[in-house]
Ligand binder design. Structure first.
Ligand SMILES: *Cc1c(COP(=O)(O)O)cnc(C)c1O
Length: 398
């Protein structure tokens, strides 16, 4: 153990120091323990570790020192007791549900969550007797109405992707707790640099580390953060059996990513705000969706609940799918890819990519119009990004 008590330090110090374990070699940068298994000094020591009588590593599906460093650092940033790292964001959600729910249980989930989350909760879990009701993220009455005596979990993302709708975490946490259910918040888009859901009563935080925690688009991974009694046995116990574990190599990338997370998020927010404001002035753009704009319906809530508005800017072009596709194809700097949270800015047409599995009715209900374009603003010069978008916008009219 490092002897570093995160509660004694500010968030910037925690981001670079928390969780570090020093080997006898005296390295300053955290070690990558690229090993699948660990050796024991004796047969008796092996027996004591396997029986749980003595702590220590056995096998990297269970625990690994690099993975543990990442878990401790992320827990310290979110202000949670314990973190369990997983092989992807989806396996974080799967492991949480498999560990904490059973057949007959019920989930209430926002309609505006990641598309694969809709599939997991709506199509896969029902095979095991867990049902989900989907409700509009910002419609508090709909959340309340959807709760049944079997409801064990409320699940949401805020801000939502791609439209940036913002939920009142405190209100939904109070609602969940009044019905003996857990509030699970997917904090992927804000990260602990911009939003701390535990402050508002959330019970569990989910991450796709693939996105901003890595920040440079290299590795797939995820995490769950929360109280020890939920994570130690239930979630970690499921993971060591089911094998939804994070690889040590990926953990090392994410661990080092956390060190620069706050600086990177500040730059994402600054660039996104400038581009959102500029887009609002373009006549071919019908509407811009960014919580940092005064025109955003939950701007005040976002300003209270978040310390920054994030890197995702969406906008609806006049001229529907044709105009959106022409604009996307005319850009040269933006990467046409559905990933987000990268230093490289990306551009996507949600209706035909990230949200293509939804029915027309579901797309309609979640506001994914044919003219909608999503930007994940990276770290290029803002003037260069605007120039690229301007060329694309001109192409849609001429
Ligand atoms: C990408 C994403 C996920 C899934 O994460 P993977 O690492 O791709 O499995 C979950 N939630 C949100 C909000 C995401 O953006």
């Amino acid at each position: 153990m490092s002897g570093f008590d995160p509660s004694q330090y500010g968030p910037n110090t925690r981001a670079v120091r928390a969780g570090k374990v020093q080997s006898q070699e005296g390295e300053n940068s955290e070690l990558l323990y690229l090993t699948s298994s660990f050796v024991f000094e004796s047969a008796a020591e092996a027996a004591a570790r396997f029986s749980g009588e003595r702590p220590g590593n056995i096998y990297s599906r269970f625990t690994n020192p690099t993975v543990r460093m990442f878990e401790e650092r992320l827990a310290a940033l979110e202000g949670g007791e314990r973190c369990v790292a997983t092989s992807s964001g989806m396996s974080a959600i799967l492991s949480t549900c498999m560990a904490l729910l059973q057949g007959g249980d019920h989930i209430v989930c926002s309609l505006s969550v990641f598309g694969t989350t809709v599939n997991l909760l709506g199509k896969v879990l029902p095979k095991f007797g867990v049902q989900t009701t989907f409700v509009p993220l910002t419609d508090h009455a709909a959340w309340e109405k959807a709760i049944t005596p079997r409801t064990r979990m409320l699940f949401l993302e805020t801000p939502s992707n791609p439209l940036g709708e913002v939920a009142d975490i405190r209100k939904l946490a109070d609602l969940a707790h009044a019905h003996n259910a857990l509030l699970v918040v997917d904090n992927c888009l804000c990260t602990p640099a911009l939003q701390l859901p535990f402050k508002y009563g959330a019970d569990l935080i989910i991450h796709s580390a693939t996105k901003y925690l890595d920040g440079q688009g290299r590795c797939v991974g995820g995490a769950v953060v929360g109280a020890k009694d939920l994570l130690d046995e239930p979630v970690h116990g499921f993971l060591r059996t089911a094998g939804t574990s994070m690889s040590p190599f990926n953990a090392w990338i994410f661990l080092k990513g956390l060190e620069t997370l706050r600086l990177r998020m500040e730059a994402h927010c600054r660039n996104a705000q400038a581009i959102a404001e500029w887009l609002e002035g373009q006549p071919q753009v019908e509407q811009v969706y960014y919580p940092g704009l005064k025109s955003h319906p939950q701007h005040d809530l976002a300003a209270r609940q978040q310390s920054g508005f994030g890197g995702i800017v969406s906008f609806r072009m006049r001229g529907g799918r044709e105009a959106a596709w022409r604009l996307i194809d005319a850009t040269r700097l933006f990467s046409i890819t559905a990933n987000l949270g990268d230093t490289k800015s990306t551009i996507t047409h949600p209706a035909t990519t990230t949200h293509n599995k939804l029915s027309d009715a579901q797309r309609e209900a979640s506001g994914i119009a044919e003219g909608l374009v999503r930007l994940c603003v990276g770290h290029e010069d803002v003037a260069d990004l605007m120039g690229d978008l301007e060329r694309g916008i001109k192409r849609t009219t001429g």
